[in-house]
Design a protein around this ligand. Structure first.
Ligand code: NAD
Length: 366
């Protein structure tokens, strides 16, 4: 029974204090909304929404959340906000998450991703209450050998571009703080449990970031422009955003119940068969929306980006009540329909968010 997946586990969050960094971003918005729906008392800490539209802005007036707009690099402000809130759970998503921007802003990327993580963990040292901390890194933390084998949590860390390297560094920071200050062997003294989570590329409605495949595709289709594809054959583990979001939530619950059992790093990704090249995603989006045109612009001098990256998710499947519920085709279908409905004015972002969460919960309960 322990491995049975159902959405009832969300009840654990009811009335609990949950601190979310990056709540104004794409994944943070989905997580925050799911937590509010579960009855959690949520405090967010992020920069102001950076995209227009922004999913967070589209629903923030509908939920009861304390939103602090501040920089994660401001260690004393962050510590003050955490200590005054006394969270039971912390989800850390605030980051500079874009590979191409990391080439333009390497120092900002390293600062925010590495020192932001250290600032957060340092604040947790001073927290006097038990706390389960789920820190989000990425599948790009692995030393990428561009081969067909999926990476396991024990594989070597690496990172060619500044973004990937910054997230690999943040894994080292997490490990160091866990060993030095939150060692599972001394849980009874500090009462903190720390995990890192490495998820692959996620898709879903409400992402309007620059330089990301799905936002670029839907912007092009909605405004009758060509879809420019630069790396048609890059293969990524595409997954609907609710898969890792519910994985983070499940991990939080498991940690709070067995604090020393679930320590360490966790991969969340799709099943191995679900790794698709970029060109297939673009074509499927066109087929689902019913219009759109691809314009291949392969740049031989393009900045280096990983071309082949697969994740081994056996640890999460075997040890947690979690497994992927949507295949990539379903994830693309739901995502493209979300944007189509939004741009055609058929449903609001809030209605679409709500419908996707209910749909995902129905998958968990079946
Ligand atoms: N979207 C993906 O496909 C994907 C894949 C793997 C990992 N991730 C990771 O998931 C997390 C969330 O990504 P996302 O896609 O929602 O990105 P996003 O850009 O939509 O959101 C980033 C969030 O971080 C906040 N932030 C950035 N710099 C900050 C700073 N200096 N101080 C305070 N807050 C700051 C932003 O305000 C925003 O709330 C990131 O850690 C990212 O690296 C994302």
């Amino acid at each position: 029974m322990e491995n049975m997946v159902s959405s009832n586990f969300l009840d654990v969050y009811k009335g609990k204090e949950v601190f979310v960094t990056g709540h104004t971003g794409f994944k943070g918005s989905w997580l925050t909304y799911a937590l509010c729906k579960a009855g959690a008392i949520v405090k967010g800490y992020s920069l102001a929404p950076a995209t227009n539209p922004s999913l967070y802005t589209l629903f923030e007036n509908e939920v009861n959340i304390e939103s602090v707009i501040a920089d994660i690099n401001d260690a004393s402000k962050l510590q003050k906000e955490i200590l005054s809130f006394q969270p039971d759970f912390i989800f850390h998503l605030a980051a500079q998450p874009l590979v191409r921007r990391s080439y333009k802003e390497p120092l900002n990327t390293f600062g925010t991703n590495v020192m932001g993580t250290a600032n957060l963990l340092n604040a947790v040292i001073h927290l006097t209450k038990p706390c389960s901390c789920i820190l989000i890194t990425t599948d790009k933390v692995y030393e990428n050998k561009e081969w067909n084998y999926p990476y396991r949590e024990t594989d070597r860390l690496g990172g060619y571009d500044p973004y990937s390297a910054s997230k690999a560094c943040s894994e080292l920071v997490i490990n160091s703080y866990r060993n030095s200050f939150f060692n599972p062997a001394h849980y009874n003294q500090h009462q903190k449990s720390i995990v890192s989570v490495r998820a692959g590329n996620v898709i879903g409605g409400g992402d309007w970031s620059e330089d990301r495949l799905i936002p670029d595709i839907v912007r092009a289709i909605a405004f009758d422009k060509n879809i420019i594809i630069r790396s048609p054959n890059s293969v990524r583990p595409w997954q609907h955003v609710l898969e890792p979001v519910f994985g983070y939530l499940q991990l939080g619950v498991s940690l709070s119940q067995h604090p020393s059992k679930y320590e360490g790093a966790w991969n969340f990704g799709p099943s191995n068969a679900d790794n698709l090249p970029v060109i297939d995603i673009a074509q499927q989006a066109i087929d689902i929306w019913g219009k759109g045109k691809i314009d291949l612009q392969i740049d031989p001098n393009a900045l280096h980006e990983a071309k082949l990256l697969k994740l081994d998710i056996s640890k999460a499947i075997n040890e947690l009540p979690w497994k992927p519920k949507m295949d990539t085709a379903m994830a693309i279908e739901r995502t493209i329909q979300w944007y189509k409905s939004f741009y055609n004015g058929e449903q609001t972002a809030l209605q679409l968010l709500e419908a996707d969460i209910l749909y995902y919960q129905s998958l968990l309960n079946n």
